[in-house]
Design a binder for this molecule. Structure first.
Ligand code: GLU
Length: 485
């Protein structure tokens, strides 16, 4: 089999949509699996909407997810340049060829004329299409139109007789389009810049792309591109169109569908782990053979195949992502999580950079079990800072006033004071022993103690809570509870 060369070809017109990064990921996985080459090409021919800063966004998000490209912008390669606006000379050669061979022609119709054309087609109940008005202009007519100062575009001559154009799609099978639905489409705009449907063909051909893997939203463009390949006498690459990603309400994932964010940056900013998002995205449309769903990148590459990419739409289930991300947060090295957490904590007013690293580690480790994403950490550590706040004061005080609770809290004060270290293991056995020594059961022991120390009815293990609060603060909180009895 010849070498696999695939590309991700985003337009730098904004933030990267989650659907786009999934396209990048599937290209990447396929390239890695097949020992092929993964190329990043920037499709910046839409001058109004493209901006350099958006190309930076593309690099940033791809780097964050670890989708390193082998060839393309920044890294270079033998098939460059890799930005379409730097390839205009290359396109010109093929535009001239098509014009010369009369497979394309200049069209001088004004926007107003085109509007009129469409309006009368609509009136007649016909589908809007370019009528071919400028298809057979004589040289004289052309010169006259130019003299009028008219601008021109270049249109591709689509077949006039009806025939089928079949997209042989690796995911969808054979998808047939009638050439009837394709008019003489524009391949070069009046400013001389080629359109997407033209430039993409030239690039994919010259860059020797073997497989075009992209979103289903481009499926209807593919027959046009096939016509251009044929017009230039070139073979087409293989095509694979990935199904759309839907929100949990089953509508197309756009702006905000339910809880899901649409842009990769939003997940990065919330503190999702790139490995978790990558794992989750890989399952949007692809399914591995077994039931297992948690995989490292290497394992996904090992198992990946286009044959197992599904043609029905994938649903973006945020709860599943949160579950998976939580799993990755719990499994990660603690210092990775600490490093990720520090900026969020700082933003929330907890500047812990100069605190004892062991203490910070314990703090983060104690709460990471309840996180879906790192940005939530500020809410979780709140119980350790400032005055203790009771969730429901009346109920809490009632708990404190139960028989023997004063004895529990007093005894704990003494035992905490007497602790030799703040090692959670030592505190754990102290708590166990204290409870045994007192005439109370577990509920009466732990429940009021938890309320006294955290203000809440549930939360992290108490031995960790005491270790984090330290002796002084723990005793202060127990005193506060005792004062309410
Ligand atoms: N620039 C196009 C996009 O961002 C690329 C489509 C393709 O992969 O052919 O949608």
């Amino acid at each position: 089999m010849s070498e696999v060369r695939v590309r991700f070809a985003p337009s730098p017109t904004g933030q990267i949509h989650i659907g786009n990064i999934r396209t990048a990921l599937f290209n990447y996985l396929f390239a890695k699996k097949m020992d092929g080459t993964f190329i990043l090409r920037i499709e910046d021919t839409d001058r109004e909407r493209s901006a350099n800063e958006f190309e930076d966004v593309i690099h940033q998000e791809m780097n964050w997810l670890g989708l390193d490209w082998d060839e393309g912008v920044k890294v270079g390669g033998d098939f460059g340049p890799y930005r379409q606006m730097e390839r205009l000379d290359l396109y010109k050669e093929y535009i001239d060829k098509l014009l010369e061979e009369e497979r394309a022609y200049r069209c001088y119709c004004t926007p107003e004329e085109l509007d009129q054309m469409r309006a009368s087609q609509k009136k007649a109940g016909e589908a809007p299409r370019y009528t071919g008005k400028c298809r057979n202009l004589t040289d004289k007519e052309r010169i006259d139109l130019e003299k009028e100062g008219r601008e021109s575009v270049i249109r591709f001559k689509s077949p006039q007789e009806e025939r089928e154009i079949v997209v042989d799609d690796l995911i969808r099978g054979q998808v047939a389009f009638s050439s009837d639905v394709i008019d003489d489409f524009v391949i070069v705009k009046s400013d001389g810049i080629p359109t997407y449907n033209f430039a993409v063909v030239i690039d994919d051909h010259l860059m020797e792309i073997s497989h075009v893997i992209r979103g289903e939203d481009h499926l209807s463009n593919t027959p046009k591109q096939i016509l251009v390949y044929q017009g230039l006498g070139w073979d087409t690459p293989r095509f694979a169109h990935l199904s759309m990603i839907l929100g949990s309400d089953k509508s197309k994932l756009s702006k905000r569908s339910g809880e899901a964010y649409v842009f990769v940056s939003e997940y990065r900013k919330k503190g999702y782990l790139p490995q978790a998002l990558l794992n989750f995205l890989s399952l949007l449309g692809w399914s591995p053979e077994g039931d297992e769903e948690v995989f490292s990148k290497e394992e996904i590459i090992e198992q990946f195949s286009i044959e197992r990419v599904n043609k029905s739409s994938a649903v973006f289930d945020v709860e599943k992502l949160n579950w998976m991300n939580g799993l990755y947060i719990r499994d990660a090295q603690i210092d990775t999580i600490v490093q990720l957490a520090l900026p969020y904590l700082k933003e929330a007013g907890y500047d812990l950079e100069d605190e004892d690293p062991k203490w910070v580690e314990l703090l983060v480790d104690t709460v990471r079990g309840s996180l879906d994403y790192i940005a939530q950490i500020a809410d979780e550590v709140d119980i350790f800072f400032g005055e203790v706040e009771y969730d429901n004061k009346e109920k809490v005080v009632e708990t404190f006033k139960q028989k023997d609770v004063d004895l529990v809290l007093e005894t704990l004060k003494e035992r905490i004071e007497a602790l030799e270290t703040l090692d959670p293991a030592e505190i754990k056995s102290m708590l166990k022993k204290t409870m045994k020594d007192l005439p109370v059961g577990g509920r009466k022991f732990y429940h009021p103690t938890r309320f006294a120390l955290t203000g809440k009815g549930s939360g992290p293990e108490l031995y960790n809570v005491i270790a984090i609060l330290g002796k002084e603060e723990s005793i202060k909180r127990l005193d506060k509870a005792l004062s309410l009895i």
